[in-house]
Design a protein around this ligand. Sequence first.
Ligand code: NAP
Length: 248
Amino acid sequence: MTRFHDWKVVVTGGTRGIGRGIVEAFLQQGAYVMATYTKNDQEANLLKEELSQFGDKLFLEKFDISNSEEVKQFYSRLEERWDRLDVLVNNAGIKSDQITALMKDEEWKRVLSINLDGTFFMSRSAIPLMMKNRFGRIIHISSISGKMGLSGQVNYSATKAAQVAMSQVMAKEVGKKGITVNAVCPGFIETDMIASMTDEHKREIISEIPVRRLGLASDVAHVVTFLATRESSYITGTSIDVSGGLGS
Ligand code: NAP
């Protein structure tokens, strides 16, 4: 039997990039997965098409994680479909880089509302469901940007550091209910988020990474699935870097 046979897993931002890698890893190991997204139907439909071999084990859900009402409605639909929730991966996130002195209110607020409010709204509704079953895994996809601080990312870095702090708080609150909460901090991973970088900029970054390559979504998925296993029950309130050694 596969490791996550018939587990119920939600991955926010699961239709592209790192989230998609995480969705695939759980499906391959037997789970039912809800992959959420907010606007890009084309990528979502492509995912469904390309992963058609998993049939009715993959569900798509379109809503905005920064809107608390939409999050509540999502959980109502989830409870109609599933009897429990085993794993929540808070992966959806955006960046909108600008140096501090020039950052507009809108750039600051948008990143905070999706990365921070979204993580909070999704976790707040997941916890009671997991408590009912006395088991759960909440995994926040943070970033090494939250630990080392990258120039131009005052909004993004603040949210990513906050996700690590949120893991520590939530872990203390729910540990005795069989729920663990951890953060994974990727370095530079090849996704749309870094597609706008020039080749020269990418080369410069790679020269700073001890293992001399960009990361893959599957590198992150590997750690997420490790944290999700039953055997990882003694790991909580912590963060694991997946950065090829960058920032350590
Ligand atoms: P990505 O390729 O840009 O994909 C983002 C995903 O999040 C998409 O599915 C997107 O949906 C969804 N999303 C965006 N805003 C949303 C909202 N308001 N509500 C619901 N879903 C929303 O991102 P990625 O590069 O894979 O990054 C995933 C996570 O890893 C992020 O939290 C990011 O901060 C973190 N991370 C990434 C890197 C990296 O190098 N890529 C490094 C460190 C950490 P649509 O397709 O509908 O837009």
